[in-house]
Design a protein around this ligand. Structure first.
Ligand code: PRP
Length: 180
């Protein structure tokens, strides 16, 4: 798989160090609250699995599956819910956990959608946040790393459903997706 990558952005150690810092900040901020983490599938499952093991507070976990990219590298702009949450978040403190924020369309959609269930609070956490003007301006409360506008894969992130199992985050070579 390494021949598909032009550079490694963050290796396993860098990712774990950053995630443990984020988890300890979140544990402090939610110490006396009712934290419910909503993990956005599929890309965030690795991030969630590592993150929750650093928490020092009780946490409930649920999952949503959405999609706006399909097999392409550009957002279609339309978000589809493939799976909604199962647990009742009314009056709870919700933290949306996503692997990456690019255009902001997904996170904006998730805020608007989850607000309807009347939680006490909603915040966002993203492992990767692209530094670029967004189509939807959205505040990311907890950021892992800010990155350039490259196509990144690994650690849960895919290209056409591949590469999610890479233990590091790398940049996909342009020639892999140039002819799509
Ligand atoms: C990715 C990622 C975010 C979203 C971010 O999901 O997991 O949810 O795109 O992009 P945006 O800020 O431009 O909306 P994707 O649709 O690729 O699904 P996946 O997680 O199942 O791979």
């Amino acid at each position: 798989m390494k021949h598909s990558i032009s550079a490694i952005l963050f290796d396993e150690n860098e990712i774990q160090t950053r995630i443990s810092d984020l988890a300890s900040q979140i544990s402090k901020d939610y110490e006396s609250k009712n934290l419910v983490i909503i993990c956005i599938l599929k890309g965030s499952f690795v991030f969630l699995a590592d993150m929750i093991r650093w928490f020092t507070i009780p946490v409930k976990i649920d999952f949503m599956a959405i999609s706006s990219y399909g097999n392409r590298t550009e957002s279609s702009g339309e978000v589809t819910i493939k799976k909604d949450i199962d647990i009742d978040i009314k009056g709870k403190d919700v933290l949306i956990l996503d692997d990456i924020v690019d255009t902001g369309i997904s996170m904006t959609f998730l805020f608007d959608h989850l607000k309807k269930y009347r939680p006490n609070s909603i915040r966002s956490c993203a492992l990767l946040v692209k530094q670029k003007p967004r189509l939807r301006e959205i505040k990311i409360d907890y950021k892992g790393f800010e990155i350039e506008d490259d196509f990144v894969i690994g650690y849960g992130l895919d290209y056409a459903e591949k590469f999610r199992n890479l233990p590091y985050i790398g940049i996909l070579k342009e020639e892999i997706y140039r002819n799509e």
